[in-house]
Design a binder for this molecule. Structure first.
Ligand code: SF4
Ligand code: SF4
Length: 301
């Protein structure tokens, strides 16, 4: 794959000027970014009073996966998908399984540096997908939506080649940005990390209502939708909370697939791994409300 230095782009989307500061309105953090600093995601910054996205096109991973690994079970089943990943995230999940790239320390401080990842132009991503004969591309691994400019640039080119676009996301972006990116999106897997506004806010640095709104918007736009919840002991595994999440999904459509996946200790969360028996029991309970409930990350004997 050919690589070259990324341009430092000075015209990111969803940025407004306020004197020498910029306000990023991409996600509910609405970061007020001072000159020489980055927003919470470490991706979108301010250089000399202008909004910048110096990591446009810096890719942390490029791989071909079975689409079921995303996980998507009801969209182009049995096919391969080209998966691309970025750096940075607008959340701070203490159990993040991809924290090496989502929370990469120092990333935000390398203002203008080209030392992180490989720069790959959007048309090279599409060429790669054509060469590898993948009928779809996933924007995944960390949080693609904080790289919305690059994601949309790839998505537009993909559609010209009849390649489908799959977003794997925490779903925590503001409405205007969600509408923009969903215009080019064919399937989404949204992480519904828990069903507690307090946990979203205090533990994950996210916003439950924004995620719920995003899920409803995806459904209303008739975009293929699946939902994933990593069951993290001590964080989101109470019977009431899981039941409320199932009720919410059911209130939209009981046929939306729900993936309940097992956590393993990672990053800053040291609780023991999710008990497989508990996960299976939880899935069986959810099946009383929903048509398609799957378990993941466990070996079933
Ligand atoms: S996308 Fe990043 S910079 Fe923009 S509001 Fe969210 S966390 Fe802040
Ligand atoms: S939203 Fe996903 S990538 Fe971001 S910190 Fe949480 S688990 Fe990691």
């Amino acid at each position: 794959m050919e690589t070259e230095d990324s341009p430092i782009m000075h015209s990111p989307l969803f940025i407004t000027q306020k004197g020498n500061e910029v306000i990023c309105e991409l996600c509910p953090h609405n970061c007020n970014i001072k000159s020489g600093c980055f927003g919470l995601c470490g991706v979108r910054g301010n250089k000399g009073g202008k909004g910048i996205i110096p990591f446009y096109g810096y890719i942390s991973a490029l791989a071909v996966d079975p689409i079921e690994k995303k996980p998507l079970y009801h969209f182009k089943p049995g096919t391969q998908i080209l998966s691309i990943g970025f750096y940075g995230c607008n959340f701070r999940c203490p159990f993040c399984q991809n924290w090496h790239i989502s929370q990469s320390s120092g990333f935000a401080n390398r203002m203008g540096s080209s030392s992180s990842g490989s720069f790959i132009k959007p048309d090279e991503i599409i060429s790669s997908s054509i060469r590898k004969r993948t009928p779809s591309i996933a924007y995944t691994y960390s949080e693609s939506l904080v790289h919305i400019e690059y994601t949309i640039d790839c998505m537009k080119l993909a559609h010209k080649q009849n390649i489908a676009n799959v977003l794997v996301t925490n779903g925590c972006i503001n409405h205007k940005a969600a509408v923009e990116v969903l215009e080019y999106t064919d399937a989404v897997n949204v992480d519904l990390k828990c069903f507690s506004a307090a946990t979203y806010k205090e533990c994950l640095n996210g916003d439950l209502q924004t995620v719920l709104d995003f899920i409803q918007l995806v459904y209303k736009k008739h975009i293929h939708l699946e939902i994933t919840t990593l069951i993290v002991p001590g964080l989101n595994d109470s019977k009431d909370e899981i039941s409320s999440a199932a009720d919410f999904i059911c209130s939209i459509d009981k046929d939306i697939p729900w993936h309940l996946t097992a956590y393993r200790p990672e990053y800053r969360w040291n609780a023991p791994p999710t008990d497989p028996g508990f996960l299976l029991h939880t899935a069986n309970e959810a099946k009383k409300k929903l048509s398609f409930v799957y378990t993941g990350n466990i070996a079933i004997k």
